[in-house]
Each structure stands twice: as C-alpha cells, then as structure tokens.
Design a binder for this molecule. Structure first.
Ligand code: PLP
Length: 376
C-alpha cells in the first residue's frame, strides 16, 4: 500500500493494518449481503461485546455522542430550570445538551493538573435546583470520579460520565463511564473506539434508565406505533456497528500504542522547563485520546504552533475558548475571569499528534523539533 503521509498529520484515521482492513471489508460485506441497514443483528452483537469489554450491564447504541448526552438527560426526567453541573473547559456537547433541553448549565472551573473538573468547586455550586452533574474525562484522563460519585450520593444528584474521549480509561482497574448512573460514548472517527462516521452509545447498570433511553432513542416507542413519550430518532447504523465490532478487537492494542507514544513524549520533553506535561492521577490508566502540553504563555504557544506547522507537524488547540464566554451561553452573563483556570488553559494549551499509527521516526521528529524550538 502506498504511503500517503508526506507530512505528519494531527490525526490519521486511515486503517493501515491489512488484517484489520480485511476484517472490516468482510464485516461490511456481510451487512451488504443481508441488507438490514437499520437495527441489523450487528448492532445487537456489538452492544453485547461492548458491554462485556466495559463490564457494564446495558449498552444503548445511538447516533452520536451528543445524542447520548441529550438522551441521558431526558432519561433522568429532569424539569425545566433544573441545574446540571458541567466543567467549563470542555467540548461544547454536554453544555449544549443541557441548554437545548431547557435545563441550566452550572459551570465549574477545572484543575490545571489534569484539566478535569475541580472537585473542591463542586460542593460550592450545589443548590436545591442541582439535579445532575456531567463529568467529562477529558483527553482520556480519568477524573476523580470515585470522589465525585460519593459527593453526588450525598446530595442525591445523578452522575453522567462523558467518556467520548476516554473509552478504555480506568480508575482503580474499573472502566470510567461505569462509576456514575450513565456513561456517554462517541464513536467519532478520532476517538479511541472509532467508527467511519458518526456513532454513539449510552451505558448504564440501571435497567430503568436503560429502558427509558432505548425508548427515547426510538421515538418514545413502546410497541410498533405506540408512542409513550416524544423521543427522537437516534440509531447506530448497522454498518457502523459491524465496523465497531472489528475496531473493538484492536482497541486494547491501540490504547497501548497511544500510551507508548505518550511515554516517549514524556521522556523526550520532561527536561524542558518551559513545558508542563500531562499528568494522570494515581491508580488510573490514561488513554491519551489527546496529548496536550501547556506552554508558558499564549505568545510562546503561538510561536511553537507556527514553528511546528512550518515543519509539517499538525497540532491543534483543545480548546481555544471556555464555554462560559461562548455566545451560545451568553444569557448566563458570565464574564472573563469567572473561571480563571479554564481561561488560562485555553491560552496555553497545545495538542500534539497522538494516534496509534504514528511512526517512531515521526514521533522522534516531533520531539526533536520541539527541543530545537526551546534550544535544547
Ligand atoms: C468530550 C466530548 N463529548 C461529546 C462529544 C460529542 O460526540 P459526537 O461528535 O459523536 O456527537 C465529543 C466529540 O468530539 C467530545 O469530545
């Protein structure tokens, strides 16, 4: 197979492993043969396999990770005006799901160590309207979900874990996403477990929530043409499910590759005092969906970003703007400086390439370009 990679992309979603490619070809072929493109047997088979891998009782497949969050909130029977705690340094999906359902996102700052929600801020934000908390395990790093679940129990608040970036991440040898009441997954092509388009799933050990989520994702339908509530149409395509069953076979190997790349970045950059490297909490297994470093200032980040781009290295900024100052949430009248850690991170963070097929020579080239930039 020709190698099209002249430059180092930020992410490469192509499948290069010939065995994996042929397994995917076969999986697609078998769907074309039976033609059950909607709710075909592969959807059920994949859900079973994922539930075994994550050690969770129920997997409810759906169309994407954003729907997983929206359906989860609907399944909790929240009322208009109820507050849902959301970390402010985050992808927009969680806050967006809260907002479009007429709930109120209660933003919270994050930790500048692991970029996840700052646990000590949570209790301060809880009031009588707080009904749920969405915890994003950002970049594949486990949040302090065990403490958060204890806190949520104390206040009778539901916990939704957003594991879009953290499928396979563990804390105390238990997969994140299974600590709270519900876990939400995205199978977007750059995620740890990726399909070839959009896909998502809701995971839970709670049968009532699982049944409700299943019903909501299927037009609120109980029996054919019997609609108990107004739901939506959110399905994982049979083709994507067939692909995901193959992808699941390679997940552990891919996570180990991601971790090995992260270790090499760590080794290659640790003596550069101008850079803060990502950390993981004790007893956790980080899966490095992103590898993000922190620079001294916005200006240094911009210079390094340009330098790496000019050297043919793809980098990204996750995230350039925190949620509280996004126009979408302007009605809450948050101001600059309301969440100083998140704002500071947005100015200084930079994501380096990390994907399973990143080759050793590419990785060493990235490390050497960063070292050169800092005259090391
Ligand atoms: C943390 C997080 N949550 C939710 C989502 C939404 O997933 P999807 O794009 O499948 O809707 C993403 C996707 O980028 C994400 O990174």
């Amino acid at each position: 197979m020709p190698d099209y990679r002249q430059e180092i992309p930020f992410f490469d979603t192509a499948i290069y492993n010939p065995k994996q490619r042929s397994q995917i070809d076969l999986a697609i072929q078998s769907v074309l043969d039976h033609g059950k493109y909607i709710n075909g047997p592969e959807v059920y088979e994949f859900s079973e396999k994922l539930s075994t891998y994550l050690n969770v009782k129920h997997v409810v497949p759906c169309a994407n990770g954003t729907d997983a969050l929206t359906i989860s909130l609907l399944a909790l029977d929240l009322q208009r005006g109820d507050e849902v705690i959301v970390p402010v340094f985050n992808y927009v999906a969680a806050a967006e799901a809260v907002e479009i359902l007429g709930l109120t996102p209660a933003f919270i700052d994050v930790s500048n160590k692991d970029f996840n929600i700052e646990v000590k801020e949570i209790e301060k934000r809880i009031n009588s309207k707080t009904k749920a908390i969405i915890i994003t395990h950002l970049f594949g790093a486990a949040a302090k979900i065990d403490h958060i679940v204890d806190l949520a129990h104390k206040y009778n608040i539901a916990v939704i874990e957003d594991i879009a970036q953290a499928v396979g991440t563990e804390l105390n040898q238990r997969k994140v996403g299974t600590y709270g009441d519900i876990g939400c997954i995205s199978f977007f092509p750059t995620k740890n477990l990726a399909c070839f388009g959009d896909g998502g799933a809701i995971i839970t050990n709670n049968e009532v929530i699982a049944n409700k989520a299943k019903m909501i994702a299927n037009h609120g339908q109980t029996n054919k043409y019997e609609h108990k509530i107004a739901g939506c149409n959110s399905r994982l395509d049979t083709l994507q499910a067939a692909i995901l069953s193959v992808q699941l076979l390679y997940l552990e190997d891919n996570l180990n590759k991601r971790r090995a790349i992260a270790e090499k970045y760590q080794d290659g950059l640790k003596d550069i005092s101008e850079i803060c490297l990502p950390v993981q909490q004790q007893n956790s297994f980080h899966t490095f969906n992103q590898y993000c470093i922190l620079l001294r200032s916005k200006e240094v980040r911009e210079e390094l970003q340009n330098d790496l781009k000019n050297s043919g290295i793809g980098v990204m900024i996750y995230y350039p703007k925190p949620l509280h100052i996004q126009e979408a949430f302007a009605r809450y009248e948050h101001k600059v400086n309301d969440f100083p850690v998140a704002e500071d991170l947005c100015n200084r963070i930079l994501a380096l390439p990390v994907f399973p097929d990143l080759r050793e020579e590419q990785l060493q080239y990235i490390i050497s370009q960063i070292r050169n930039f800092f005259n090391q």
